[in-house]
Design a protein around this ligand. Sequence first.
Ligand code: NG6
Ligand code: CA
Length: 532
Amino acid sequence: MHEKGEQNANYLRMKNRLLLIVSILAISLFSCKDNAATTSEMTNVDDPKPNIVIIYMDDLGYGELGAYGATELKTPNMDALATGGIRFTQGYASSATCTPSRYALLTGVYPWRNKNAKILPGSASLIIDTAQNTLPKMLKSKGYTTGIIGKWHLGLGTGEIDWNQRISPGPNEVGFDYSNILAATQDRVPTVYIKNGDVVNLDPNDPIEVSYEKNFEGEPTGLENPEMLKMKWHHGHNNSIVNRIPRIGFMKGGEAAKWVDEDMADYFLTDAQAYVKQNKDRPFFLYYALQQPHVPRTPHPRFVGKSGMGPRGDVIVEADWVIGEFMETLKEEGVLENTLIIFSSDNGPVVNDGYYDDSVEKLGDHKPAGMLRGGKYSLFEAGTRVPFITYWNGTIEPGVSNAMVSQLDLFSSLASLVHSDATTQDSKNLLDVLLGKSKEGREELVIEATSRTAFRKGDWILIPPYNGAARNDLVDIELGNDSVYQLYNLKEDIGQQKNLTHSNPEKIEEMIQEYHAIIDNKQTHNELLRLE
Ligand code: NG6
Ligand code: CA
């Protein structure tokens, strides 16, 4: 009995010890797994939550970066992104102008589906439906904090805007937790920064009024007061004068709130750096929309004369410096290797976009569009084919990709990155292409330029006939209009010199058919929303 009791006690002790060992093992295995997960969150390509930064230039052309063949202009920091990441040779903005491209970038919807996605005045209403899914909303749903710093140009409010109250809806109502923006363009009023819906530095005793129809009594204009100007207008741009620069649109009041153009690059950079510092401990998305090299080109005095190309070159050098500083901040804050950066431009280049600023005179041998035909506003390649770079230090293997990608695809691709199944009928999931794991880009793409469209498929591009001038002489750009169909093989003829319509009757038939199959399906975005 006693012996048996002793045996039992021994057995129990052993059993307890075993249990203890098993549970210690289990706990340590479990915590090992936990550790592994945390480490992989920092570095692994399968990690669903790297920070995401889109650095978006305004009117920067395909040939503007050293990495894209520029020889006359030095862009070391942009080049570092290109050589340390993937440089796409066939990366497209969705449009040859700003608003439609930005609309597509944030919604993943072709801009020609939305009749309001056109170059907007500074007083325009918001063109993104607040019920619509957007890139920042999608990322928010996956735990990201989201911010936009820089140019907006997608409209604000729902009608007449009172600039002296909180302005809504705007970026904060379509998915951004934080916004610090210029409403439209640097050349359009109101020339003030708007932070989370409020005009920065607004003095309530000096309220802001804005009109795109008529001037306010007694206010000087570029047209009537040329003696007040430090930069002269060439075409358009002869309404209100701010900082001795004539603008598009009329504005009164808001003196203390008006930006100083020359400080804009520093202003947005400081804010972008603060945003990174503030949010470095959680997944963040930053849409950093620089204003350069859009007109008016106003480099800070530190950069004046630095390019030898006049203000247009100088602001590109300035933007390049900004990007270097921003990258340094990512590094210093210890988030560089956990941040995917996408660098691109909203549309192709223009040299004279309405001011006399020496850009034409001092351009020299620089070719903003590289070997491409056309420029901003054009259906030819230079309108929409832009620098397009993905960079993720330690994760993306550097290289060059000839895969066709569009900014339209960022919505579905980034959704895939963060394991969201959000998608649209237009936006393709090209995550593997963007990360350099595949070269299978888009097969086809519709591009847009000032409400006209063209159709790219494989190496071919079809430009349907359009009335209208072949060239805009004011900006000195070929627009792509012709009374006949144009068909180019971009692989053999990147400069679009040989219209192959007549020698390829079958190809053109096929292209016309497929183009119409897409373009005639003009469901508006609201209709699509109801269908989804
Ligand atoms: C045009 C402006 C041009 C530029 C453009 C918008 C005139 C004559 N031209 O209407 O200077 O502001 O709009 O550029 O006013 S974008 O990059 O924002 O699309
Ligand atoms: Ca632009």
